[in-house]
Design a protein around this ligand. Structure first.
Ligand code: GAL
Length: 788
């Protein structure tokens, strides 16, 4: 008896997690159960350890089974064989947080990530090793990749985090979308993929390995799909379940680019359609995008915000209705797990892109009615009943009779986020600034750096990615009677610097940045050189290293030349090539080297005549953390870099690409003073900079009768009903209008009573509650806007 109790107890403990993960053409099986798996990407370094429990919990409440993350090699091994797993990089802590929440994990080790992450997650020192070529049968590369991958696997094994050890991780990934870029690598590419498969397999993790977008994935690697739609995807191996590793919930943003947006209805449609057509694992990329802190943004030109229009916004707030509408979908799909993974499948084609899919087991059936026509609704008659499936939507009927969900019919509230000024005590609305210049005299007047070479180098080679800034400096001597002098002269720089500032003899002669997509350009300016010694100083700036494409590691960055001085003498052009001159190099900014951002370095900051529109300037201010728990942002309105000045402006004209920057609460002193230090490269006005908090400002819903709608101000009380009408109201959140029919009951009063003062309320949208306005037979709707 005692031993049985012991055994039961043991079984109970170990059943919390899987031990065996297997798969067949139909589904992933975890400890004997075929699963419908919903997963979401959350990248640990794009938030803080303090945020992880809340983000993961929201994932679970949103109906996810698993959390997926890449592993970021360059962050963990910034210098060869020196590792960092601290703070935001504490991978094991992140995985354990997933475990604590009772979710599964998907570990995409790569170690190539892409992910709009600097250099796709590769360390720049790797590029600087002799004879190095990435992602092919290059011995040095394979050795380093194997070294890092093995180290990660060993760390995870040591903590018993693979499902085979009773841990949460059910899948691991090697490489990433190599199939998309494989062509240019030829036969070596094919051999490399085989090597990746063997190497991964030899690590014996006890769970399946995936290789996304790899339609020649060698067995037992599982080939999976990435994209906006994957319902047509067929894996190369018939034993691979239909799996979707990246369902893009939105997109990333680039400097100068528009705000990306993918509608909630379309994300839901893509998921429902995928499961209609035999899918079994769907991962949202991203579920929480977060923030590209430090210099982690890839590129070129990926913004600091990686919001992605994901179900959780950059700060971790619910992005409604996306979050809630998908949660309902997950619940319905989970309720059908058995029929979906065991049922016999039959389909009916109704023509005009309308179809039904029936999953049937002995116990019952589940149905999907799909309408892939973008313009017209489908009228379907099925087993004696008729159904309308709106254009571009899928209806799900877990019992093949009653519609439980339609991807186009949103019954989740829309939340409108607002920014509030910092309400901390003793904090004036405007910050008090002090300033100091970046000391550039040594460079622009003397041309003096740390090392010299008679060659122009790619920026990565010199900086090893220790900074975005690199000075290229040289001196040119002209004799008094030099043919050049006095002629119309110019400096011509063939550049691949993302941004470039040029100085001659201490004078700023101009700057230029590469247009997105055209990273080779010529900077040319008329210059007056003098007899004797002239100093040319070029400051080259990278804005995120490339992260995608075949051989992306060798895309040039910096000033790769050639560089000329030209002089025109009558009809004769004289050209002087400076490319093989003695070039002096200096990595980084003086202010960084001298840690201007440290609070102790108080001296030399001046509060007098704080300059505006001065380039290369440091600004400093102290402030109190905003009260409360709402996420904090700093509004960098008025500052220069990132402002959109292009003449051909189409959208956001005159607006900065990114205005608000997330400052996680854990970065701040809750009680005492905090210090903000800014470096203004182009010239700007810091007087508009301020700290704010972000929260739900108002909430709207617009739903047909006979539905229940929940209104919530996200842990804040509802303060007022701004608009409410039951009948045929129209318009959008913030601009609803009454229609031609409306209930005579006072809808605002009813809602005020049920909702105001509460954090959430659930409304039964029915004639019983609101009366029965005569809308000439058309379905009635409730439109409501609530102030939080
Ligand atoms: C995919 C890649 C991801 C990410 C995504 C775009 O091709 O695998 O890492 O870069 O594109 O956000």
């Amino acid at each position: 008896m005692v031993s049985l109790r012991f055994l039961l107890c043991f079984l109970f403990v170990s059943s919390a997690y899987a031990t065996i993960v297997s798969h067949d053409g139909r589904a992933i099986t975890i400890d004997g159960h075929r699963r419908v798996l919903l997963s979401g990407s959350i990248h640990y370094p794009r938030s803080t350890p303090e945020m992880w429990p809340d983000l993961i919990k929201k994932g679970k409440e949103g109906g996810l089974d698993a959390i997926e993350t890449y592993v970021f090699w360059n962050a963990h091994e910034p210098t060869r064989r020196q590792y960092d797993f601290s703070g935001k990089l504490d991978l094991i802590r992140f995985l354990k947080t997933i475990q604590d929440e009772g979710l599964y994990g998907v570990l995409r080790i790569g170690p190539y990530a892409c992910a709009e992450w600097n250099y796709g997650g590769f360390p720049v020192w790797l590029h600087n090793m002799p004879g190095m070529v990435f992602r092919t049968t290059n011995k040095s590369f394979m050795d380093e990749m194997q070294n890092f991958t093995t180290m990660i696997v060993d760390m995870v094994k040591k903590e018993k985090l693979f499902a085979s050890q009773g841990g949460p991780i059910i899948l691991a990934q090697i490489e990433n979308e190599y199939g998309n870029v494989m062509g240019p690598y030829g036969e070596s590419g094919k051999a490399y993929i085989k090597w990746c498969a063997n190497m991964a397999q030899s690590l014996d993790v006890g769970v399946p390995w995936i290789m996304c977008q790899q339609n020649d994935a060698p067995q037992p690697m599982l080939n999976t799909c990435n994209g906006f739609y994957c319902d047509n995807f067929v894996p190369n191996n018939p034993n691979t379940p239909k799996m979707w590793t990246e369902n893009w919930t939105g997109w990333f943003k680039q400097w100068g680019g528009k705000n990306p947006h993918r509608t909630t209805e379309d994300v839901a449609f893509s998921v429902a359609r995928f499961f209609q057509r035999g899918g079994t694992f769907n991962n949202y990329y991203m579920y929480h995008g977060g923030t590209n802190f430090d210099r982690t943004a890839g590129g070129p030109y990926i913004t600091t915000s990686y919001d992605y229009d994901a179900p959780l916004d950059e700060y971790g707030n619910l992005n409604q209705p996306k979050y809630g509408h998908l949660k309902q979908l997950h619940d319905v799909l989970h309720s059908m797990e058995r029929t979906l993974t065991y049922g016999n499948i039959s389909t009916i084609d109704f023509g005009n892109s309308a179809s039904a899919t029936i999953y049937k087991t002995e116990e019952g059936s589940s149905c999907f009615f799909g309408n892939g026509n973008e313009n017209s609704d489908a009228k379907i008659s099925f087993q004696g009943e008729s159904y309308v499936v709106p254009a571009w939507s899928v209806t799900i009927l877990p019992d093949c009779k009653n519609e439980a969900y339609n991807t186009a019919k949103i019954t989740t509230q829309t939340s409108m986020m607002v920014k509030k000024p910092n309400e901390a005590e003793d904090t004036p609305s405007t910050l008090k600034w002090s300033w100091r210049p970046e000391n550039v005299d040594n460079f622009i007047l003397k041309g003096k750096g740390d090392s010299t070479q008679t060659q122009l180098f790619d920026q990565k080679v010199v900086t090893n990615d220790q900074s975005d800034y690199l000075w290229y400096m040289t001196t040119v001597k002209f004799k008094k009677r030099d043919l050049f002098l006095g002629k119309s002269m110019s400096l011509r720089v063939n550049s691949t610097a993302h941004a470039l500032h040029a100085f001659v003899n201490g004078k700023h002669i101009g700057n230029q940045h590469a247009e997105n997509g055209k990273f080779n350009y010529v900077f040319e300016k008329d210059v007056k050189f003098k007899s004797g010694r002239n100093v040319i100083a070029l400051l080259s700036i990278t804005v995120g290293l490339a992260n995608y494409g075949a051989f992306f590691e060798s895309k040039p960055a910096g000033i790769t030349g050639p560089i000329f001085i030209t002089g025109i003498n009558g009809d004769e052009t004289i050209v002087k090539d400076l490319s093989a001159h003695k070039w002096s190099y200096k990595t980084g900014l003086n202010g960084f080297e001298n840690q201007f951002f440290r609070t102790e370095s108080m001296s030399k900051w001046s509060v007098e005549s704080v300059p505006f529109n001065r380039s290369m300037t440091w600004y400093k201010a102290t402030f109190k953390a905003p009260l409360g728990n709402d996420p904090v942002v700093v509004d960098l309105m008025g500052l220069g870099k990132g402002a959109y000045h292009a003449e051909k402006c189409l959208t956001n004209c005159g607006e900065p690409t990114q205005r608000w920057y997330h400052v996680p609460r854990s970065f701040l002193n809750g009680e005492g003073d905090n210090t903000l230090v800014l470096f203004e490269e182009m010239g700007g006005n810091p007087s508009l900079v301020s700290f704010q908090t972000t929260r739900v400002g108002s909430v709207c819903a617009n739903v047909y009768e006979n539905k229940i709608i929940e209104l919530s101000c996200d842990r804040k009380p509802i303060s007022a009903i701004k608009f409410a009408s039951f009948g045929n109201p129209y318009g959008n959140c913030g601009s609803f209008e009454k229609g031609t029919c409306e209930s005579s009951n006072n809808t605002v009063d009813i809602l005020t009573q049920e909702c105001v003062g509460k954090e959430k309320c659930s409304i039964d949208v029915s004639t019983k509650k609101f009366g029965a306005p005569d809308c000439s037979g058309a379905a009635r709707k409730l439109a409501v806007e609530v102030i939080c």
